[in-house]
Design a protein around this ligand. Structure first.
Ligand code: WQD
Length: 338
């Protein structure tokens, strides 16, 4: 049984990926510093799969702790999620983001080198494209000047991995997520925003649950079908499954290059207002919202060209945005004990 390390494995996408890996027959080791995740997620993963992942609370910025973990644990591959990911916070505190997102990656790659681990999946983001010139956006689209330190850390991380692959036996795949939404059908795991949600869907579900008075829609004067911004909302379970497919690609040496990149999206763009109305339709809940000014740094429209992921990676989304919204609502209600 191959052993896989998942860093940030108790986080939103990480925990769903741990479930998918266990269900695919991998033994999973999880590292998380619990800065943006809850320890009880370990038990919730076990409740879904019947397998308790090996978990260690480690701050990957502590190089000694990282080397110690690798000295004690043998693994065949790594999926690296652990990173700070709040766009706004990264603008206020860039050095925290450069330290946490880049130093940790470097320490992990150094361990891959010293422990001959050659399979590395990286959690990247469509944010590397900035405002694309053409839509849908392909993996060959130019990498634009990052709109935030967070986005810049994703761009720099991809370059660090690319150079490491060129200089060593490392084989890696970067997965560029569009907008992950939804939760596992069991409602045992899902998005757990700390404080006020920055992202659209958790803010919608908290508003519908009565935790927030109303949703602010950041602008309806954009050059889009209804004036609100367009994104590619992808079910988190589909996203998790893509990581298993990508890792199996490396294990079976099907990768065409030692460094590959894939967009993970549905290929469909939906506006903010379409998401709001779809949520109301799917749940029967009336959503209280108001149109306010634009949010600084928002791109007008971004959605994926999924040709490469579908035809080369061999992965395609199976779930609709409506199913994702329904699962997000089920998760929110479970969180609130209803
Ligand atoms: C989506 C749309 C908002 C909240 C970010 C990161 C990206 C990834 C996903 C980490 C936008 C609008 C939102 C609200 C709103 N994160 N919105 N009211 O900004 O596309 O992507 O999160 O990997 O890297 O950049 O996602 O959910 O914040 O916003 O109107 O209360 O919803 O303006 O148009 P975004 P989002």
């Amino acid at each position: 049984m191959k052993k896989v390390l998942v860093t940030g494995g108790l986080g939103y996408i990480g925990s769903h990926t741990v479930v998918a890996l266990q269900e695919a027959g991998f033994e999973v080791l999880v590292i998380d510093d619990l800065s943006n995740a809850e320890l009880e997620v370990v038990e919730r993963i076990e409740k879904i799969t019947g397998i308790l992942p090996h978990f260690e609370q480690i701050d990957l910025r502590e190089k000694k702790s990282v080397t110690d973990f690798f000295d004690r644990n043998k693994m065949d591959g790594i999926i690296h999620f652990a990173a700070s990911k709040a766009v706004g916070e990264s603008v206020e505190n860039p050095l925290l983001y450069y330290e946490n997102n880049l130093n940790t990656l470097i320490y992990l790659l150094q361990q891959c080198d010293s422990h001959k681990i050659t399979n590395f999946i990286f959690s990247s983001s469509c944010t590397v494209y900035g405002e694309p010139d053409n839509l849908p956006v392909t993996e060959n689209a130019p990498i634009k000047l990052a709109l935030s330190p967070y986005g810049n850390t994703k761009q720099i991380s991809e370059e660090i991995i690319f150079d490491s692959c060129a200089a060593s036996a490392l084989q890696s795949i970067s997965l560029r997520y569009f907008n992950p939404i939804g939760a596992h059908e069991s409602a045992e795991i899902g998005e757990l925003p700390i404080g006020t949600p920055q992202n659209l869907v958790p803010f919608i579900t908290q508003t519908a649950a009565g935790l927030r008075d109303e949703l602010s829609v950041f602008g309806d004067d954009y050059p889009t079908k209804d004036g609100s911004c367009i994104r590619d909302y992808v079910h988190v379970v589909d996203l998790a499954n893509a990581h298993v497919v990508a890792l199996q690609r490396l294990f079976s040496e099907e990768n065409l290059l030692n460094y590959e990149v894939f967009n993970l999206g549905t290929g469909k763009g939906n506006s903010v207002l379409e998401v709001v109305h779809a949520f109301e339709k799917v749940t029967g809940e009336k959503l209280n919202y108001k149109i306010v000014g634009r949010r600084h740094g928002d791109v007008v429209s971004v959605y994926a060209d999924t040709t490469k992921a579908n035809e080369i990676l061999g992965w395609k989304t199976q779930r609709t945005m409506e199913e994702a919204l329904a699962s997000a609502w089920k998760w929110e209600k479970k969180l609130r004990g209803s």
